[in-house]
Design a protein around this ligand. Structure first.
Ligand SMILES: O=C[C@H](O)COP(=O)(O)O
Length: 251
């Protein structure tokens, strides 16, 4: 089995102004220091307005910074959008694409997500590609089918273990305090691992994150599941102690 370092990514969503976001980032950067923990990498994904400030705050530490979304094109008449190259320009190394809140609130299709992920690769960023089923799809027994389809149509050409991360986030577990059983997480991650063959170079080395109500109290058992290579954390990433507690739960 390929040894994979854990990746703990914090998705701050639409939270934090410059002052509190920078303070949170500096707090975490101080805990990590200049050399990455042998167990995990840490990525902070603040709102686009403070990516530059957060990148400045963590400079010199092993903490990385990412965007929460990007446009597929390099530039153009796209009011309100941000190009992957713009994120890279201000210090980002990662970008989340296809988060369910983008798929739902902005009607993003997997084809659009794939184009955004391709843009991330073009800009030299690592794409964190999100997939996940709704509660209705799970209840209908379609969870694996839906996720497999999203995966097949969202991963861009040229994806490798070095530039692409998959985040499995069951929509019904996001911000609800509910999580799948460990057996369900294991089954979904095993399915994703199998499906990555043919989609990504070095499929066995690709990191597959779990996201959805990860907290310090449940992180250890989730991170111990086979093929869970980290977490995409929402609410609990806004408090340094909680986010750090999740990172410390890496085996
Ligand atoms: O991107 C993060 C996820 O949507 C998870 O959010 P949550 O940890 O608040 O459930």
């Amino acid at each position: 089995m390929t040894a994979r370092r854990y990746l703990i990514a914090g998705n701050w969503k639409m939270h934090c102004r410059r002052a509190d976001g920078t303070a949170l980032a500096i707090d975490l950067a101080t805990r990590v220091g200049a050399k990455a923990d042998p167990r995990f990498d840490l990525v902070l994904c603040p709102p686009a307005t403070i990516v530059a400030a957060v990148a400045h705050g963590v400079a010199g530490s092993a903490v990385a910074v990412g965007g929460q979304d990007c446009h597929a094109e390099i530039q153009g008449a796209h009011t309100g959008d941000v190009a992957a190259e713009m994120l890279a320009d201000v210090g980002a190394s990662h970008v989340i694409v296809g988060h369910s809140e983008r798929r739902t609130n902005h009607g993003e299709t997997s084809a659009q997500v794939q184009a955004k992920a391709a843009a991330a690769l073009r800009a030299g960023l690592t794409a964190i590609v999100c997939v996940g089923e709704t509660e209705g799809e799970r209840d209908a027994g379609r969870a694996e089918t839906v996720v497999a389809e999203q995966l097949a149509t969202s991963i861009p050409a040229g994806a490798t273990a070095g530039n692409c991360v998959v985040a499995y986030e069951p929509v019904w577990a996001i911000g609800t305090g509910r999580t799948p059983t460990l057996a369900d997480i294991a089954a979904m991650h095993a399915m994703i691992r199998g499906r990555l063959s043919g989609l990504v170079e070095q499929p066995d080395a690709v990191r597959i994150l779990y996201g959805g109500s990860v907290k310090p109290g449940n992180a250890a058992e989730i991170l111990a599941v086979a093929d869970v290579d980290g977490a995409l954390v929402g609410g609990a990433s806004l408090k340094a102690d909680d986010f750090w507690g999740i990172a410390q739960a890496c085996p």
